[in-house]
Write a protein that binds this ligand. Structure first.
Ligand SMILES: Nc1ncnc2c1ncn2[C@@H]1O[C@H](COP(=O)(O)OP(=O)(O)O)[C@@H](O)[C@H]1O
Ligand SMILES: [Mg+2]
Length: 283
């Protein structure tokens, strides 16, 4: 059963429903920013659910040893399941997921064991390509990877496996500094490991229109990064912070909220936009 009162990801107004751009099928998106607390997990979880609502078979990969995305969806963190088990070769990719978040959505749960995985990936010859190899063995239309707040081997593996990267940027002072570091990492990954990686977009998060500084920062980011900044932005909404404590996405917890609307808009924009061609980030 679909939740009652659920807002639509389809276009409004008369005429045909919104037509999604098929280029997004088979796309793997890594949600990356080395800074913690900028909205990566909130974005990965709610975007994944919004994409599932749009009819995609979504695989959400919790690649953070903290396993916040897993907790946010009210799921267990078994030590012999999920992302760590896949990467340690304990489980085949096709059997590592659990249904979570929405119909048509699968989660590879996170676990502290991902720290063990980090050590293994650094030493193994196939370390940097293993995540991509395992993802190819699973079945999904869109894959969303929630990365840890660092640019270590797990994030690097995600960037190696992904087609696109989504960078949540908190609308606050010094936000740009973190972005410079992400830009450098993306350029390096593209040069050395994954030339086809594209910046799918910079997503402004926790935008608080009542703060004049936030509006100024958003303007500054948009001037600096131009079209790389997504039109959709995520408002500061206490319901987005509350939903995980109920083990629910914002779309289920508060479908009429500003936060839910914003994530539906994000999904819609990503599904609509043709995949951008690789270009230097921030250029
Ligand atoms: N738009 C938002 N409005 C209000 N709170 C938010 C918003 N986005 C995230 N949060 C809260 O901010 C904290 C950090 O967000 P999170 O998504 O966990 O960041 P990250 O994964 O980058 O560390 C969490 O408590 C989360 O619930
Ligand atoms: Mg997180």
């Amino acid at each position: 059963m679909l939740p009652q009162g659920r807002p639509s990801v389809q276009g409004r107004g008369p005429g045909k429903p919104f037509c999604y751009h098929p280029v997004s099928m088979g796309e793997c998106l890594a949600v990356v920013n080395q800074k913690g607390g900028v909205g990566k997990t909130t974005t990965a979880v709610n975007l994944a659910v919004a994409l599932a609502w749009a009819g995609r078979r979504v695989l959400l990969v919790d690649a953070d040893p903290q396993g916040n995305a897993t907790t946010a969806l009210g799921q267990e963190k078994p030590s012999d399941g999920g992302t760590a088990a896949v990467l340690l070769g304990l489980r085949p990719a096709a059997e590592a997921g659990v249904p979570a978040g929405a119909e048509g959505m699968t989660l590879w749960s996170g676990h502290a064991r991902l720290r063990e995985v980090e050590r293994d990936l650094i030493q193994a010859a196939d370390g940097r390509t293993r995540l991509g190899d395992r993802l190819r063995e699973a079945s999904w239309d869109v894959c969303v990877i929630d990365c840890p707040p660092s640019l270590g081997i797990l994030t690097e593996s995600a960037l190696r496996a992904a087609d696109g990267v989504l960078v949540p940027l908190q609308a606050e002072f010094l936000a740009m500094e973190g972005l410079a570091q992400v830009s450098e990492t993306l350029s390096r990954i593209r040069r050395d490991l994954n030339p086809s990686l594209v910046l799918r977009g910079i997503l402004m998060t926790m935008v608080d229109p009542s703060l004049s500084m936030a509006a100024e920062i958003e303007r500054e980011v948009r001037v600096h990064f131009g079209e790389a900044v997504l039109a959709a932005s995520i408002p500061r909404d206490p319901l987005l912070a509350e939903a995980p404590s109920h083990g629910l996405s914002i779309l289920e917890f508060a479908p009429e909220s500003r936060g839910a609307y914003a994530y539906l808009q994000l999904a819609r924009e990503l599904l609509r936009a043709p995949k951008p061609s690789p270009a230097p980030v921030g250029a």
